[in-house]
Design a binder for this molecule. Structure first.
Ligand code: NAD
Length: 325
């Protein structure tokens, strides 16, 4: 039976990944500061631990594993990453985790280590044109991310690649583009645009209005979590180290996203544009490299993932229960 370790297993993508790995028949240890918030973990062994502490990392990586998935990070949506208020924590916490994890994986001769980077590491000047952003993997340098979160991701990509170069640790690096789906943050200040918009639409009475940060013409693409998992597993088990984008190339404006959610909800709402943290003007996943290297790329329509996510958020809103802490 495959022995697998998932770091960040209490988080959104990590908890979905644990479920998928268990369904495949692997034995899974999950580690996080906290248990998953919205469902019981499926891990065989779940350890609550702070990965910033080297001793804790030594305790959870106490032997070799067939695969390690490193998803733990101090992160959130635009309201967390782009205000500047959390910059020191984001850099210190995530870099400490990665410095510990890569070194201890190397000492145990772990065969495969997956690292989750982000499209936030791409240079901001390539993302000024909302209709034609450049997020090709080879456009990363000269580097100029628009957030400290992006700089930390870039640093950690290089850290894993340096261990691969100098010590032969086999790393697989993905740059995620806006992953969404049920069981993710939706109302705690760390939620991203799809969950935030689903919540606002679910809360608004038909004919009412909702607030949108900025003019809503900024563009993004959003990838449903199941396709993200598919990409993670295909990459980890391939011979290609990356870094490679894992994202959808169905680009949509935030106004377009709101219209789609309103349609799903069967509501007519007026958008009120208000100032707010925004990030880059345009971003879309470029999937040429993943197609060439893995012979696969995400293909599901945004709308199908949004329907499932809206149903989950709407149910949360209707219940009016406080979320478990
Ligand atoms: P998430 O915040 O839900 O999960 C991250 C988990 O890491 C959290 O459960 C958190 O408690 C845990 N963590 C943070 N600090 C820790 C510590 N010191 N010790 C142990 N655990 C700690 O985020 P997610 O959306 O599941 O993202 C997973 C990974 O993918 C992250 O590295 C993130 O940066 C990256 N990523 C996500 C997206 C996205 O759209 N969701 C986009 C780009 C990159």
């Amino acid at each position: 039976m495959k022995q697998v370790l998932v770091l960040g297993a209490g988080g959104f993508i990590g908890s979905h990944l644990v479920r998928r790995l268990r369904a495949e028949g692997s034995w899974v240890r999950g580690v996080d500061l906290k248990h998953p918030r919205y469902a019981r973990t499926d891990a065989d062994d779940f350890v609550v631990s702070d990965l910033r502490e080297p001793g804790n990392v030594r305790a959870v990586i106490d032997r070799t594993f067939d695969e390690v998935y490193q998803l733990a990070a101090d992160m959130g949506g635009a309201g967390y990453i782009f205000t500047g208020d959390h910059d020191a924590d984001v850099m210190h916490n995530s870099a400490s985790i990665n410095l510990n994890v890569v070194d201890i994986c190397n000492r145990h001769g772990i065969k495969r280590v997956f690292y989750s980077s982000s499209a936030c590491m791409y240079p901001q000047e390539n993302q000024l044109d909302q209709s034609n952003p450049n997020c090709r993997e080879d456009s990363a340098y000269p580097a100029n991310p628009d957030s400290e979160y992006g700089w930390e991701k870039l640093f950690s990509e290089r850290l894993y690649l340096a261990y691969q170069r100098n010590h032969g640790l086999e790393c697989r690096i993905a740059r995620f583009h806006n992953i969404f789906g049920p069981e993710g943050s939706w109302n705690d200040g760390r939620e991203k645009a799809p969950a935030a918009i689903c919540r606002k639409v679910a809360e608004a009475p038909d004919g009412g209005e909702i607030e949108i940060w900025g003019d809503g013409e900024q563009t993004r693409s959003f990838l449903y979590v199941d396709e993200c998992l598919e990409g993670i597993l295909r990459l980890t088990r391939s011979g290609f180290p990356g870094p490679v984008n894992i994202g959808s190339d169905e680009m949509v404006s935030i106004n377009g996203l709101v219209d789609m959610v309103c349609e799903i909800a069967g509501k007519t709402l007026t958008k009120r544009h208000v100032p707010g943290p925004l990030g880059v003007r345009g971003r879309n996943s470029d999937n040429d490299l993943i197609r060439a290297e893995l012979g696969w790329a995400p293909s599901a329509a945004l709308r199908s993932g949004l329907e499932k996510t809206y149903a989950w958020v709407e149910d949360k809103v209707a219940r009016k229960e406080p979320d478990p802490v």
